[in-house]
Design a protein around this ligand. Structure first.
Ligand code: CA
Length: 221
């Protein structure tokens, strides 16, 4: 899942980027509001963590512009303890959740998982689809009840496909979810990850839609 982190405090930003990467997100980190707004216009993100007190353009202004453009991407805002009005205005401007600084990293991770569930309509914490089970909080996957070891990017890929089970997920969406800006992407790496997933789950669970992308087939219950 591709996440945009907007935080101007360098220490906090660095720590958040590292810990969110460990949670399995492809994290792009920006430090001012103008840069964030430019990125949001040109790129697609699955999730945004947005500090409100930012140089050049406030987080609130970024959020308002984003929602004016009707983007449905989940946004979690980070606010200062002494600014309750910011929280109210942030929520009223289209934020989905907020955390007050300083906050606990585990709580941030749990809230992001909850936002991802709401977005995908999978309200149960463990995603189940036929023989496939994926637990985002534990980073565990089971196939026919047996644990399957998936490295971070294979896990993210499977999670995104499961969120859209039955639909074709375009190649570029999958690629965006796997890589941040810093990563060098070879054009065939997506195929490599798909190959690994198929080897572990069976070919029939990941269908190629030629020229478009990949799909996990519907399950007939
Ligand atoms: Ca700040």
């Amino acid at each position: 899942m591709r996440l945009l982190l907007v935080e101007d405090d360098p220490l906090l930003g660095e720590g958040l980027q590292a810990s969110l990467q460990l949670e399995g997100y492809a994290v792009d980190w920006l430090q001012d509001g103008e840069a964030a707004w430019a990125a949001l216009r040109s790129d697609t993100f699955d999730m945004i963590v947005l500090d409100l007190g930012l140089p050049r353009l406030s987080g609130l202004e970024v959020l308002k512009r984003l929602r004016t453009h009707n983007a449905e991407v989940p946004v979690l805002i980070l606010t200062a303890r002494d600014a309750p009005r910011d929280r109210v205005e942030g929520l009223d401007s289209g934020a989905d959740d907020y955390l007050i600084k300083p906050f606990d990293l585990d709580e941030l991770a749990a809230r992001l998982r909850a936002l991802a569930r709401r977005r995908s309509g999978h309200r149960r914490p463990v995603m189940r689809h036929g023989p496939i089970e994926l637990d985002p909080s534990r980073h565990e996957v089971r196939f026919q009840g047996q644990p399957v070891v998936l490295p971070r990017r294979e896990f993210s890929l499977l999670r995104l496909l499961l969120e859209h089970a039955g639909e074709v997920v375009p190649r570029h969406r999958l690629q965006e979810a796997l890589y941040g800006w810093q990563d060098d992407v070879e054009s065939n790496t997506l195929e490599v990850y798909i190959h690994h997933l198929r080897r572990k789950l069976g070919r029939e669970w990941i269908v190629t839609v030629r020229g478009v992308g990949y799909r996990i087939p519907e399950v007939v219950e």
